[in-house]
Ligand binder design. Sequence first.
Ligand SMILES: *Cc1c(COP(=O)(O)O)cnc(C)c1O
Length: 411
Amino acid sequence: MTKKTADEALKDPKNWREATRLVHGGTLRSQFGETSEALFLTQGFVYDTAEAAEARFNGQDPGFVYSRYSNPTIAMFEERMCLLEGAEAARATASGMAAVTAALMGQLKAGDHLVSARALFGSCLYVIEELLPRFGIAATLVDGADLAQWEAAVRPETKVFFLETPTNPSLEIYDLKAIADIAHRHGARLVVDNVFASPVLQKPLQFGADCVVYSTTKHIDGQGRCLGGIILSSREFIDTYIHTYLRQTGPALSPFNAWVMLKSLETLPLRVNHQAASAARIADFLATHPNVKRLVYPGRADHPQAALARRQMKSGGTLVTFEVPGGKAGAFAVANALSIIKISNNLGDAKSIITHPATTTHQRLTPEGRAKMGISDGMLRLSVGLEDVEDLIADLSHALSALAQPGLAAE
Ligand SMILES: *Cc1c(COP(=O)(O)O)cnc(C)c1O
């Protein structure tokens, strides 16, 4: 390589490795040459002349027009996310649910059909089961692990497949490549809600997914401050299904929140990899604890889909799910005895968080609905944070000892 072409190659973010992309990718530096990315807290933009305004509006000049459409800080966040995900284009939204709703509503119309895994974030289930049918869009819910059910659910009017993997809170793994293949064979597109794995540990586009959505509220902020979401895909997909829908309906991300998340991306791999390493340690600790009836962690060899998890995820992730004896009373006793680990419903945060799905995130479901998703009353979901792992293990060890010992464990 000549010196000139080597220089050129190093200037192209596509040639950078992931950590470098997350520090420098997408930066738009203003005339002041600031080191840290600027926060453009502005609704609109001014034009030197009426002709310049006309050119912006008719698209001859690609500059910014209005922050509901786009904004330099949001554009930096979108471009950095594209470089992370390996996507051609992205659009940020005000929340994860705004991203999911736009990704589905943007593609579907009356008469269309959607196939979705049943194990979904509660609000996603609302959109699919209650909102879309009001507009004449039917849905079939399937057991995502059963490929035959995906295949059998397809109708001539099926346009979209939708899933999360690992699932919440059971941490089941669905086969992205196999499900994408079924979708494509029938002319449908696969949308993946990739929140649980995070973009550091799993890249669904590489396994054939057509579109990836995030609640950036989770690992991407990672410090419990802002709501946000993003939709990533090919340029053609974004232009065809998402661009106009978002511009005209307006679930725009605040430039301030975009700035917080843009800066968060600089440390995302450090945080997620550290949290996942701690989660693996904690899973091993819980797996042998006499007061833990069942432990689910996709990074352990005893996970029912361990081989599939290894194929599509870089590690087991930052979440651990476990079951204690004594049902709801046992789970509440453990959660209430924790000191460092907080009781909350967020995940991917620097702070470790414990959730009792049956009475919080999944309380809207019937007991039968929860049973179908493998959610028992003694189940707890732990999102592992950035604390020292020895302190987290000490906290869990102390809380589990609050359960009356061998009697309950022998149940
Ligand atoms: C949190 C979450 C959402 C919704 O995101 P918000 O930012 O809260 O709107 C969607 N899907 C999954 C898997 C989530 O964990």
